[in-house]
Write a protein that binds this ligand. Structure first.
Ligand SMILES: O=P(O)(O)OC[C@H]1O[C@H](OP(=O)(O)OP(=O)(O)O)[C@H](O)[C@@H]1O
Ligand SMILES: Nc1nc2[nH]cnc2c(=O)[nH]1
Length: 178
């Protein structure tokens, strides 16, 4: 393996606090409404499960999954976004929030937003845990952002290197193994 677990960038406690904060904002914005939360697999799954439990009874939260891939086993985007599994819900006329683990070049989220906007939802917003702002090549309009992070390849809390390290409870920097 070319990378190993490096230093902690965001601790479990910081993640917990931020998820609560984002959850409270979304709950406030959508109280009394139905929202279809779209989890972008696989990386967002842990963030998604934590965030959705913050919705409480005030929001009629439903969820669905979209599987895409652009990084494969690399730390560099292939530049091609592939939909591997589409939603099973009709989002026409619904409030939709896309939940992603990380926004990097913006290729994945700009592709997904365009795809879902064509299905005419009532509203469409994005919630992203990590934002590597300086790497952006495609503009993406994000309503809910967790942390702005530096240009480092990160792992843990759902994020992988070649399928490894998703299970780590904190976000770490991936360190070259040599
Ligand atoms: O802004 P971008 O440069 O497009 O990068 C962000 C994308 O990269 C990761 O997905 P990945 O392709 O690694 O799949 P995964 O979620 O299954 O890990 C992440 O979950 C985003 O979807
Ligand atoms: N695991 C992981 N996936 C990414 N996809 C885009 N940027 C990253 C990153 O820093 N880490």
């Amino acid at each position: 393996m070319k990378y190993r677990i490096g230093r902690v960038l965001i601790s479990e406690g910081q993640l917990r606090e931020k998820v609560k904060e984002l959850g409270a904002q979304i709950r406030e914005d959508y109280k009394g409404e139905k929202v279809i939360f779209v989890c972008v697999l696989k990386g967002a799954v842990i963030f998604f499960a934590d965030l959705l439990r913050e919705m409480g009874p005030e929001v009629d939260a439903q969820f669905d999954f979209l599987a895409i891939s652009s990084y494969g086993a690399s730390t560099v985007s292939s530049g091609i976004v592939k939909i591997q599994e589409d939603l099973s819900t009709d989002i026409h006329g619904e409030n939709v929030i896309i939940v992603e683990d990380i926004l990097d070049t913006g290729l994945s989220l700009s592709y997904i937003s365009k795809l879902l906007r064509e299905r005419a939802p009532k509203s469409l917003e994005i919630c992203v845990l990590l934002d590597k702002e300086e790497r952006r090549t495609q503009p993406v309009n994000v309503k809910y952002t967790g942390f702005k992070i530096p240009d480092e390849f990160v792992i843990g809390y759902g994020l992988d290197y070649a399928g490894h390290f998703r299970h780590l409870p904190s976000v770490h920097i991936a360190e070259p193994a040599e």
